[in-house]
Design a protein around this ligand. Structure first.
Ligand SMILES: C/C(=C\CNc1ncnc2c1ncn2[C@@H]1O[C@H](COP(=O)(O)O)[C@@H](O)[C@H]1O)CO
Length: 244
């Protein structure tokens, strides 16, 4: 499979930025108030990222986003799980979308790539940026986190979430919030790594739902499984149901 690597931001160097574009936008005291003049123009750059992202992904077809830790080693069992579920998703006719970085992202891209599928990496400018992993065949570089997050949601029909930290939790809860509030049509969310997620799942049941802050149906937006076949079948069933 040929590799199409695109940079939404254009020919940026691979040097680590001292200050990222997100930081310049979000730190309001940055640049001694120069933002008063630069932010209105920054909107055009943000707009261009949306345009380029939409252009690159418009014809992707059915796809599943796989989220998980950037720090998982290739010899970790969760790396193997991420690779296997991505292979299963490709065999079921899905493209696989990740953040394009190391760890679980690389595992999922590897599984998709080696299965001959479309392996998307949505990379983002970070101070500790590592660049796209070697198993991405449709790669896009974003400067703005929120633009990139829009792409995960807009071009995925479901989400598979493996163990991870704040980044993964942010992506998981964004997907859940959008489904819960009806901002996107019901999309399956599968958590893989039952031992890892069980504590969170129990807390959501026993504390968050019990206190009335979410409904039990909100907890049930997620399925916990370690079984690749089950995860893939959930995505395939949802896809068939949505195309009826
Ligand atoms: C931390 C290291 C590299 C970071 N590189 C990343 N590249 C692309 N996407 C990333 C990166 N780090 C986080 N993400 C996104 O968040 C999720 C993982 O975050 P977590 O905090 O590690 O759980 C992941 O799904 C990405 O979308 C050097 O090791």
């Amino acid at each position: 499979m040929t590799r199409a690597r695109r940079s939404v931001a254009g020919g940026r160097s691979k040097r680590r930025p001292a200050v990222t574009e997100d930081q310049e936008l979000l730190d309001s005291d940055h640049n001694n108030g120069a933002w008063i003049h630069t932010d209105p123009w920054r909107v055009l750059r943000i707009q261009a990222e949306f345009v380029d992202g939409f252009g690159a992904l418009a014809e992707l077809g059915p796809a599943i986003s796989v989220f998980g830790s950037a720090r998982t080693d290739p010899d970790d069992p969760y790396f193997q799980l991420g690779q296997s579920v991505a292979t299963g998703l490709v065999n079921a006719g899905f493209a696989v979308i990740t953040g394009g970085g190391p760890g679980i992202m690389e595992a999922a891209n590897k599984g998709a790539f080696k299965a001959g599928g479309v392996s998307v990496g949505l990379d983002v400018e970070l101070p500790q940026e590592t660049g796209l992993n070697d198993f991405v065949n449709l790669g896009i570089n974003f400067r703005y986190f929120f633009v990139r997050k829009t792409m995960f949601v807009k071009y995925s029909q479901g989400f598979v979430v493996l163990p991870g930290g704040y980044g993964t939790l942010d992506e998981l809860f964004e997907a859940l919030t959008l489904v819960q509030t009806g901002k996107v049509s019901a999309s399956p969310v599968v958590l893989m790594g039952v031992a890892y997620w069980a504590g969170l799942f129990d807390w959501l049941h026993e504390r968050v739902a019990a206190d009335g802050n979410i409904a039990l149906t909100d907890v049930n937006l997620m399925t916990l499984t370690d079984d690749v076949g089950v995860a893939v079948q959930i995505m395939a069933d949802a896809q068939s149901a949505s195309s009826l």
